[in-house]
Ligand binder design. Structure first.
Ligand SMILES: Nc1ncnc2c1ncn2[C@@H]1O[C@H](COP(=O)(O)OP(=O)(O)O)[C@@H](O)[C@H]1O
Ligand SMILES: [Mg+2]
Length: 246
C-alpha cells in the first residue's frame, strides 16, 4: 500500500486555545477513514489544516510524500485534495452546472471540453443531472449536499475530505448518499469523512479515529472503536444518531 497522507503532530492554536493537539495519523491510497468526536472536538479544524484553509501552528502535512504544510488551499486542490464544507457554500445565484463547472476549472486546470465531461460525470454520479439548470439557491437540503459533493468531486481529488455531509438528512436520504459514496470509493478515491451518524460512517469506512479536546483518543477498525471504553466515555449519554446542536 502507498501512503497518501501523513498528518504529523499537527497543532492548531487560536490565541491561547489549542484546538488540535499534536494529532498524527496516516492514510493509505484507496482507504476510507472516518473521524468521530463531539462538537467542538476540533474535527473541522483538522480538515481545514489538511486542505490548507488554515495554517498549522506547528507540525507537518505530507501528501504524496511531499510536505504541503506551506502550500495554500488552491495549490493543494490542484495537487488532488478536494473538500466539502460543513455548511454548503454554493454560489446561490448560479445554476448547479455553473457551480460544478467553476469547481472543475478551479481544480486541475483543463480545457473547456474536458471540464464539460468532468461536470457531466460528476452530475450523473451525484444524481444532479435532472437539476443541472436549477439555480443553486433554490435547491432543497439533500440536493445542496449533493451539490457540495459534486463541487468537491469536480476538482478531481485523489483525497476527498467530507465534513458532515449526511447531517440533517432523513434516513432515506442518507441511504441514497451512502450509495454515492460507495461509488466514489469504487473509483479509487481516498476518503476522510467526519460524520456524527455513526451507522452511516461505519458502513463506508475501513478505519476510524476519535478525537476529543483536539486530541486523538483512539484509532482502529470501526468495530474496535465503537466498542471501546474510550468511545463510550466520549459519547456517554449522547445518542450519536441524533443531529448535534451546532
Ligand atoms: N477561527 C477560529 N477562531 C477561534 N476559535 C475557533 C475557530 N475555529 C474553531 N474554533 C474553536 O475551535 C474548537 C474546535 O472547533 P471545530 O474544529 O469546528 O470543532 P468540530 O468540527 O469538531 O465541532 C471550538 O472550540 C471552536 O470554537
Ligand atoms: Mg465541525
Amino acid at each position: 500500500m502507498t501512503m497518501l497522507l501523513k498528518v504529523d503532530k499537527a497543532v492548531k492554536e487560536f490565541g491561547a486555545l489549542r484546538v488540535c493537539n499534536e494529532i498524527s495519523f496516516e492514510i493509505q491510497a484507496g482507504e476510507a477513514l472516518g473521524i468521530l468526536g463531539p462538537n467542538g472536538a476540533g474535527k473541522t479544524t483538522l480538515l481545514n489544516l489538511i486542505a490548507g484553509d488554515l495554517p498549522l501552528t506547528s507540525g507537518r502535512i505530507l501528501f504524496n510524500d511531499q510536505d504541503v504544510s506551506g502550500q495554500p488551499a488552491n495549490k493543494r486542490c490542484t495537487m488532488g485534495i478536494g473538500r466539502t464544507s460543513q455548511i454548503p457554500r454554493p454560489f446561490t445565484g448560479m445554476t448547479v452546472y455553473e457551480n460544478v463547472l467553476l469547481a472543475a476549472q478551479y481544480g486541475r486546470r483543463k480545457s473547456e471540453a474536458d471540464s464539460y465531461h468532468v461536470c457531466r460525470d460528476v452530475l450523473a454520479l451525484t444524481g444532479l443531472l435532472p437539476l443541472w439548470n436549477t439555480v443553486a439557491g433554490n435547491l432543497r437540503l439533500l440536493d445542496r449536499k449533493r451539490l457540495e459533493l459534486a463541487r468537491a468531486l469536480a476538482t478531481q481529488p485523489s483525497l476527498l475530505l467530507l465534513d458532515e455531509i449526511a447531517g440533517g438528512l432523513t434516513d432515506h436520504e442518507v441511504h441514497d448518499l451512502l450509495a454515492i459514496l460507495r461509488q466514489i470509493r469504487a473509483q479509487g478515491v481516498t476518503i476522510i469523512w467526519i460524520e456524527h451518524i455513526v451507522h452511516a460512517l461505519v458502513s463506508v469506512v475501513d478505519r476510524i479515529i476519535a478525537i476529543d479536546f483536539g486530541t486523538l483518543l483512539i484509532e482502529g477498525t470501526p468495530d474496535e472503536v465503537i466498542h471501546s471504553e474510550t468511545f463510550r466515555q466520549v459519547y456517554f449519554g449522547i445518542d450519536t444518531d441524533l443531529e448535534p446542536v451546532t
